[in-house]
Design a protein around this ligand. Structure first.
Ligand code: FES
Length: 221
């Protein structure tokens, strides 16, 4: 009865007893459990979710990636800054700043008889004084617009472009120039100074009457 009971109970008790029982000398040691072989992941399958609380350490970016990222950001910021400046420029007035067309050039007594070229560079004019008049010639050739040179030794203006010649009063006499050079408006202001306005010109068109004797085309001396 007792032996039968022991045989019946032994299968249930054997797992626990096998742990408690020391290995018998001479018996071969059981092979340690090996990890299960990794299952092949079928293509397209989602990776298995990570266990909650697991710490994932990502590898630091290589220096090449950092540099590439900086270059991309610099290009983006530069592009946006340029767009912003162009946007601001849209609201600024588009004004061309030119020298004033009206200016003062001193009093008639400041000029000697003949041609004075001291304002040529600044205002593109010459001042011509005769015995009874003072007038201002606008220094533009009537052929194609070049600026002639004053040749004091020859007492004439000579255009360097195509050779037109003008006398000391700007009247054409040689070359392809079709008519005399224009004259600018002149007047004396309350202080006795000559005021010139190069936006108001007097001309002498070919075959027509001259405007050179009109009031404002000269100052009587
Ligand atoms: S532009 Fe003066 S001669 Fe032609």
């Amino acid at each position: 009865m007792d032996s039968a009971n022991n045989q019946e109970l032994s299968p249930k008790l054997s797992p626990d007893l096998s742990k408690a029982t020391p290995p018998v000398a001479g018996a071969t040691a059981a092979a340690p459990p090996t990890s299960a072989p990794a299952k092949a992941v079928p293509p397209g399958a989602k990776p298995a979710p990570k266990a909650a609380g697991a710490v994932v350490e990502s590898a630091p970016d290589p220096p090449v990636n950092k540099m590439r990222r900086r270059i991309v950001w610099a290009a983006v910021v530069g592009f946006l800054a340029t767009c912003f400046l162009m946007f601001l420029r849209f609201f600024l007035p588009r004004t061309i700043f030119e020298p004033a067309s009206t200016f003062r050039i001193g009093s008639p007594s400041d000029y000697a008889l003949g041609v004075d070229t001291k304002w040529q560079q600044q205002y593109r004019i010459w001042v011509t004084k005769t015995s009874d008049r003072l007038f201002v010639i606008y220094a533009r050739c009537t052929h194609l617009g070049c600026t002639p040179d004053w040749k004091a030794s020859e007492n004439k203006f000579k255009c360097p472009c195509h050779g037109s010649g003008y006398d000391s009063e700007g009247i054409n006499f040689e070359g392809p120039a079709p008519r005399p050079m224009d004259r600018a408006h002149v007047e004396l202001d309350p202080e006795g100074q000559i005021r010139v306005d190069i936006a108001r010109l007097y001309d002498w068109p070919k075959g027509e009457s001259s405007d050179f004797d009109q009031p404002g085309a000269y100052i009587s001396l």
